[in-house]
Design a protein around this ligand. Structure first.
Ligand SMILES: [Zn+2]
Length: 113
């Protein structure tokens, strides 16, 4: 079972208590009525979806109910850190190389050859 640390409850809880809220740190345009359809599309729909570390919003929906942010590795599904909403994006060291991450990368590279 995947455990997620809620920075408000200050404890790890089961994944089933949380809901993903999409990408974190998306800035809403201040001139929404003036932007073009293409600019609105880029703000509202388009995301990078990289392989590796991403920053996401999460909500402890069956706990305190609050939103917080998390840095998560999409390859290993490992949560690197969580932090309260409104706090700046943490500066992470170089891409984490957990055993699961390394094994997954090696498996993908081997499958591609
Ligand atoms: Zn909580």
């Amino acid at each position: 079972m995947l455990l997620i640390y809620c920075p408000y409850c200050e404890e790890e809880r089961a994944e089933l208590e949380f809901r993903n809220g999409g990408d974190a740190h998306i800035a809403r345009p201040t001139n929404m009525a003036e932007i073009s359809d293409e600019e609105f599309e880029a703000y509202f729909f388009l995301r990078e979806n990289p392989k590796g570390v991403i920053f996401e919003r999460w909500r402890h929906i069956h706990g305190c109910g609050r939103f917080f942010n998390a840095a998560r590795d999409t390859v290993s599904d490992r949560f690197i850190t969580t932090y309260k909403a409104g706090e700046p994006k943490p500066v992470l060291d170089a891409e984490p190389k957990t055993p699961a991450t390394v094994e997954t990368y090696e498996a993908l590279e081997g499958a591609a050859q």
